[in-house]
Design a protein around this ligand. Structure first.
Ligand code: NZQ
Ligand code: ZN
Length: 387
């Protein structure tokens, strides 16, 4: 097991009606707040009014910036940075999903920086401080509510890039499973896939002697799998929504990463797809993760056989571990299909026209992944396997 420091400062406020305490939680960080949100969903559900009332009750002055799109764009981030600088904003409140939270994080970093915020995503500069942010989560998926990362798309060149810093971890995250009742089935399934991918990125490690975190990963995956169809069939089932919401946070708050080094190649390979084609990140992962697995499983068949057995109940064939490993990958694909996810690029009408460009862009800052290091030609072949 690797040495580690586990430090996740995000205060999790979990359960029914907790969005009503957002004013009380926010006022601790100052009286001038940027309220950041996406399209119409929080207005349609009434959450916007609840949040605004709570903030006003605590004497907070609200500046608003809505309109965050899925795969959030740097142009809106720049607008947010200008607003924060112009009005000396103290605190940013993100109400929404990963896209809104990531946009809020990028604004928070840009607001304390003299250069262009995109510098943080090209490696030209590193985040060292940021404004504090808080979250009211509406979709369990990205795990951004307690992660230190943010992923932003630059419309100029369609680059989707990530950056991170400990200061970007939200101060608090309000998680009320009831707020996820209004999610369309497709978004629910994309979220389920993304949180599973966050666990898989950590699970496929070359680190030995990580039994506890292996078992925690497997337990979280099994919890997600066993509640997935329930939330899709009964969108207002509180207990199932609660299991999924908490799993989404656990999947990405770095607990499951302790003592081990994750892979993350599939995320980088996927980001090229959602960057260019603007598909949902979770759907892209349902396509890329199985392809990555088929490309790398021979590197550690035992680990893939363990995954098949402990997560998907595939019986271990000691005479043919490869068969066991492949059966696990197959079961995972079948599961993604069963929740309405695409598992091939063809299903989302993506051809091979940008494979070479995507493989080049994905590896322009070096090899991808840690399970095995992938070069440009490997990434190209993974796109081929995903057809
Ligand atoms: O914009 P609104 O109207 O709010 O609609 C959203 C959006 O269209 C809708 N939605 C959200 N909550 C809803 C709802 N609709 C009805 N009822 C609700 N309760 O869902 C759509 C998708 O929202 P989005 O925020 O894009 O989803 P998600 O949370 O999956 O975030 C995806 C983004 O997060 C990034 C992804 O790359 C992608 O850009 N990621 C961020 C990570 C991080 N910062 O740690 C890690 C992840 O791996 C991921 O890369
Ligand atoms: Zn993800």
């Amino acid at each position: 097991m690797q040495n580690f420091i586990f430090d996740n400062k995000t205060r999790i406020i979990f359960g029914k009606d907790y969005e009503q305490v957002v004013g009380q939680e926010s006022v601790v960080f100052g009286k001038k707040l940027l309220l950041h949100y996406g399209g119409g969903s929080i207005k349609n559900s009434g959450l916007y009014d609840t949040v605004v009332n709570s903030l006003q009750e605590h004497g907070i002055e609200i500046y608003e910036l809505g309109g965050v799109k899925p795969n959030p764009r740097v142009s809106l981030v720049r607008e947010g940075v200008s607003l924060c600088k112009e009005h000396n904003i103290d605190f940013i409140l993100a109400v929404g999903g990963g896209s809104v939270i990531d946009s809020a994080k990028a604004i928070a970093a840009g607001a304390t920086y003299d250069g262009d915020v995109w510098d943080f995503f090209t490696g030209k500069s590193e985040v060292s401080t940021s404004l504090p942010i808080g979250v009211v989560l509406t979709i369990p998926a990205a795990g951004s509510e307690s992660s230190a990362g943010t992923v932003i798309t630059n419309e100029d060149g369609l680059y989707k890039r990530a950056t991170g810093h400990l200061s970007l971890r939200p101060q608090f995250a309000i998680l009320n499973p009831v707020l996820s009742y209004t999610l369309p089935a497709y978004q629910t399934a994309c979220g389920i896939t993304d949180m599973m991918a966050h666990i898989l990125e950590r699970y496929f490690t070359t680190e030995k002697n990580v039994e506890l975190t292996d078992r925690l990963c497997e337990a979280t995956l099994r919890t997600i799998i066993s509640n997935a169809h329930t939330v899709l069939n009964e969108p207002t089932n509180y207990n199932a929504r609660a299991e999924i919401m908490w799993s989404g946070t656990i999947a990405h708050n770095d607990l499951l990463n302790t003592g081990r080094i994750g892979d993350w190649a599939s995320h980088d390979i996927e980001h090229e797809i959602s960057g260019i084609y603007d598909i949902a990140h979770g759907a892209g992962l349902a396509i890329i993760f199985p392809a990555w697995m088929k490309y790398v499983y021979k590197h550690d068949i035992n680990r893939f056989a363990q995954f098949a057995n402990r997560v998907w109940d595939v019986e271990i064939d000691l005479n043919d571990l490869e068969k066991t490993a492949l059966a696990g990958i197959k079961k995972m694909e079948q599961f993604f299909s069963s929740i309405g996810m695409p598992i091939t690029l063809t299903e989302v009408e993506i051809g091979d026209e940008h494979f070479a460009e995507m493989a080049k862009k994905a590896t322009e800052r070096g090899t991808l992944g840690n399970f095995i290091k992938l070069q440009e030609s490997d990434v190209y072949q993974i796109y081929q396997l995903a057809r």
